[in-house]
Design a protein around this ligand. Structure first.
Ligand SMILES: *Cc1c(COP(=O)(O)O)cnc(C)c1O
Length: 403
């Protein structure tokens, strides 16, 4: 295939050769800059999707580009048989930012979840309680697609057809009484998302996360936070649990951590540092210099460019705009919710959310669905004031045109 293949040809080839587990629209994105993307035919899109809350610094941020290029020119990969400086520095930075003592690196969110679930099981095995491996997690949660992470995921649409996925009890999100009722001497951990992302951008009720900390402590169970979508500044603090002042025993990061370079991390308290000794867990690519250098560039840039301040300023504009859209289009919109730059406009039952998404895309706005009817806004954290306004105006225009 030559470089000048037409967009239509590529779309046809994608339809022919890619495993058809996604439903891509019929264009091919060629490049991006900040919160904008362009397809091969030159059409511009405003990116309020952010690659599913991944593109922290937007597209082609010069500092991230430079960090990746210069690290690639030094060494890309070694495996964990050897130390590399970017990874050591990244571990130190993340421990400082999260209050954890140790960092394990992998390549995705699901892998970070696997590491965390294995940590919890092995912890109680080491304490002479091998039967203590049950996890209490939540309905409408999402923790990833591998079998362990899928067992923790509390949504039928992701689990159906994959056979028995034992070891996890799911209870309603936000219901502390149901958590208490599900606890028992066989429970190793409570696992939660501070805001359920894929489930529909559902924030935890006030005080709920602190209550989970208390329940875990009362039962001697671990508290595990899945900050894969909410972490790295997305909600206006480095971690979403920091809004509640809660410190979990371990937490998972991935998505936005390296600004789009695949990475996952599991961080834990010092008490858990002996649980997974050499040989018990690992990853060939985990902690590689390239992804680590990218993550360091993301963390440096978040600080140097005061990006969390931008998140908080844009979040206010976004939530005010969504509230206004909800008022104006009461017939179509049920509510809006979320925090920081993870917010959703929730359409009423019976409105074809996927159809709305397609119309927005045709109008040049990329966003994604969360839950059955949430239009999820998870833009780059560097998104500008005018771009938030533009996105809201496009949504307004499309909703006005709906029958
Ligand atoms: C995306 C996501 C995952 C899974 O991450 P992958 O990198 O797709 O494996 C797990 N938990 C949450 C909360 C997520 O948003």
């Amino acid at each position: 295939m030559s470089k000048s293949a037409s967009e239509a040809d590529l779309v046809a080839l994608g339809g022919q050769f890619l495993y058809p587990n996604y439903r891509q629209p019929p264009f091919v994105i060629a490049r991006g800059k900040g919160s904008e993307l362009w397809d091969k035919s030159g059409k511009r899109y405003l990116d309020m999707h952010g690659g599913i809350a991944v593109s922290t610094l937007g597209h082609a941020h010069p500092k991230l580009v430079a960090a990746i290029a210069s690290q690639a020119a030094e060494v890309i990969h070694l495996s964990n048989y050897f130390y590399n400086e970017p990874n050591i520095r990244l571990a130190q930075r993340l421990c400082g930012l999260t209050g954890m003592a140790r960092a394990f690196f992998c390549n995705s969110g699901a892998e970070a979840m696997e590491g965390m679930l294995k940590l919890a099981r092995r912890h109680f095995f080491d304490k002479g309680q091998p039967d203590r491996y049950r996890v209490v997690a939540f309905d409408s949660s999402f923790h990833g697609r591998t079998l362990g992470a899928l067992a923790a995921t509390g949504q039928k649409k992701y689990r159906d057809g994959f056979g028995p996925l034992p070891g996890v009890t799911h209870v309603p999100y936000g219901d502390a009484g149901a958590v208490r009722a599900a606890m028992g001497p066989d429970v190793a951990a409570i696992l939660f998302e501070p805001i359920q992302g894929e489930g529909g951008v559902l924030p935890a009720p006030a005080g709920f996360i602190a209550e989970l900390r208390r329940i875990a402590d009362e039962h001697g169970a671990l508290l595990l936070a899945d900050e894969i979508q909410t972490g790295v500044g997305r909600t206006g603090k480095f971690l979403a649990v920091q809004h509640e002042g809660v410190v979990p025993d371990a937490l998972a990061l991935a998505k936005g951590l390296a600004g789009g370079v695949p990475i996952g991390a599991m961080l834990c308290k010092a008490e858990l540092q002996g649980v997974l000794p050499p040989g018990s867990h690992g990853s060939t690519f985990g902690g590689n210099p390239l992804a680590s250098a990218a993550a360091l560039a993301v963390l440096d840039t978040i600080e140097a460019e005061a990006i969390i301040d931008n998140v908080n300023a844009r979040a206010v504009e976004l939530s005010q705009g969504l509230a206004e859209l909800a008022r104006k289009h009461e017939r179509l919109v049920a509510t809006w919710r979320g925090m920081g730059l993870l917010q959703a406009l929730v359409l009423r039952d019976g409105i074809d959310a996927r159809g709305v998404l397609e119309k927005l895309r045709e109008a040049g706005l990329l966003i994604s669905l969360a839950g059955a009817s949430g239009l999820r806004f998870s833009p780059p954290l560097v998104i500008r004031k005018e771009e938030v306004a533009e996105a809201l105006a496009i949504v307004d225009r499309i909703l006005l045109g709906l029958p």
